[in-house]
Design a binder for this molecule. Sequence first.
Ligand SMILES: NC(=O)c1ccc[n+]([C@@H]2O[C@H](COP(=O)([O-])OP(=O)(O)OC[C@H]3O[C@@H](n4cnc5c(N)ncnc54)[C@H](OP(=O)(O)O)[C@@H]3O)[C@@H](O)[C@H]2O)c1
Length: 244
Amino acid sequence: MRIGFVGTGTIASAVIEGIAADGHQITVSRRSATRSGALAARFDSVTVADNQQVIDNSDVVVLGLMADQAADILGGLTLRADQQVISLMAGASLEAVARLVAPARAVAVMIPFPAIAQGGSPILLRGDAGLVRELFGVRNTIFELGSDAELDAYMCAQAVLSPALRLVDDAADWAGARGADRAGAEAFLRLLVGSSLLGSETGPMLAALDTPGGYNQRLRNHMVNAGLTGDLRAGLDELAGDGS
Ligand SMILES: NC(=O)c1ccc[n+]([C@@H]2O[C@H](COP(=O)([O-])OP(=O)(O)OC[C@H]3O[C@@H](n4cnc5c(N)ncnc54)[C@H](OP(=O)(O)O)[C@@H]3O)[C@@H](O)[C@H]2O)c1
């Protein structure tokens, strides 16, 4: 396919890396110049161009812009009715994107994560999944969402990643301070948590980690009693805009 990226920032670069060897002809916005230049230097399939040329050279246009800048930037550009558009922009609904890119067809809002560069990443999706599945579905797992409210809930809930990482990082620090090799402890904890989460649903795993008086039960109860779950829910409510 001929695929154009308007906005070559952090997440667009990861998305491009993920499909650069798949035989597509990819054109990317000159901005950000460092990123677009690095992609073109690394992949024969990637060419750098100005925004209008990116669009003119493409059948599929991917928007990697910040949502609050998209109207101004796209307002100065012309898309064609035969083009399909995928938006990576959080905070812009499919309907809003459709208005910005007419007469081109907004097929999907796709929220990728940085691991899409290597594959094995989840992708959140609103809209028609066909094109996104064709481009990214072999290496990644697509979660198709039925409403904007559902996408909003996922967007808030996915922020649990960073507190989860913080717990692992702090536990590795703690082990390091107790005489363990810090790097080894972190590698062990990443494998432990990652493989456990991939291997089982959370309910059965929590039950299996509930040995009375065991390490897991004692630490979990300590943290829940200290307010862990209440704090998490309050934080998620705040992200969703219904916190205090
Ligand atoms: N980062 C993530 O993990 C992630 C995940 C899912 C979705 N998203 C969404 O993806 C979008 C981009 O996020 P990001 O993290 O990749 O941010 P970013 O790195 O700041 O990317 C935005 C890009 O837009 C470019 N830009 C600004 N004005 C432009 C113009 N007139 N023409 C062409 N390009 C222009 C910027 O270039 P300059 O740097 O030169 O200003 C930058 O490369 C956002 O809507 C975000 O919600 C991000």
